[in-house]
Ligand binder design. Sequence first.
Ligand code: ZN
Length: 472
Amino acid sequence: MAQRDMKREILMLPVILISTFMILPLPTPAAAQGKPQDRPYLDIVGKLTGLGLQDEGAYEILRKLVSVGPRLTASPGAAAGVELMRQVMQDLGFDDVHLEPITVNRWVRGDTEKARIICSPLVGSVPLTICALGGSVGTPELGVTAPVVEVGSFGELKALGEKVRDRIVFFNRPMDRKLVQTFGAYGGAADQRVHGASEAAKLGASAILVRSLTLRIDDFPHTGLLEYDPAAPKIPAAAVSTAGAEFLSALLRKEPDVRVHLELNCQNLAPVPSANVVGEIRGSKRPDEIILVGGHLDSWDLAVGAHDDGAGCANSVEALKLIKAAGLKPRRTIRAVMFMDEEFGGTGGRFYAMDERRKGEKHLAAIELDSGGFLPIAVGGGKPEVFEKLKKWEYLFKPLGIAMMRPGGGGVDVAPLAAQGTVLLGISPDSQRYFDVHHSGHDILESVHPRELELNAITLAIYAYILAQEGI
Ligand SMILES: [Zn+2]
């Protein structure tokens, strides 16, 4: 899949996932009913749950992972994360622990990112808290100083036309607070961050500021990937904190000619080698049939990426650890994959699906965890036709307090496997707090609760083990 398409998919996936969950009928209670003798594996559920909650091992793995610092793709932190997770899986005695080399693009934030309202008769000179968007070019050395034009949509931008020439375009459409599923609210606002720079550049704008994608009003900017259209000039792009966005917007209403000075010295550098990290429990009967569990090892650089996606990596390893600790011998292989470079375009996922090692392997199912380490509230059973077959296992998740199985699943890194017939499944944690931390300085270890995190690992262990035993 072309990188451009993949980037688009990054944005679409959560929306597809959530909207699919919302529109399809939920299982009736009767679907999960049955006599005790018709409900195998409940003893194993109890054992995995007890082992997990007793030790909270996922948190310990996560603590080790975030100790290397932020893991921005192609950074020294990412390289350290690769080596650390390889070592962790080796120490746990997983089978065939290895790295799968890939090449990734390198972008560096630099040491200058400043924005300031200047010479306002009303407020004087006021700094704005910003961060460069991932992939952005820097400003000229002396920065960009220009009047600001606020817009809420690409339609508004186009209607302004030439009026935005040599201006800084300020995209200020908030995430929709009325939506229960915050991934839907994110998906409804992320176009500004991803495509805003090129859409503004086509009309001659000199830079953009984008309201941070979070429902929280605070002074922490949230970064994320932008996508430059090759047909437009590349202009600098930064996210402004929601508090800064509200302040600037209020000022613009009183003082439409207000000017902002912006300085960024981020840059794109030559690609570097990196790797996906792989380890497994080899299947006892059908080793070439794989149940993949995974997360992405890279993070953004404003914090250590504890939720995004340290949690997915830690939970994948912890799930295999729990299965081994319970003395279970899965019939099919259960494989943990820590993908590199999800945030900058999904390179790791694409390379994994194409790797020579995949020949002779059949990936039956893939479960990617990339929605944070919050309390799991639902299990995704894939496309509706797959869900019909898997919903009989709903009773296994009820003891964990998980209310339901429902159709849905997938993720940027496992999406390329779907072309090979792999069923994409999922686990959905509660999403209310995810965008408080997502891609920001809030995404730290202390924002993760050890028991909530562990419940994801236990759910994953149960799901992977059942699939390894029963197939689909
Ligand atoms: Zn992520």
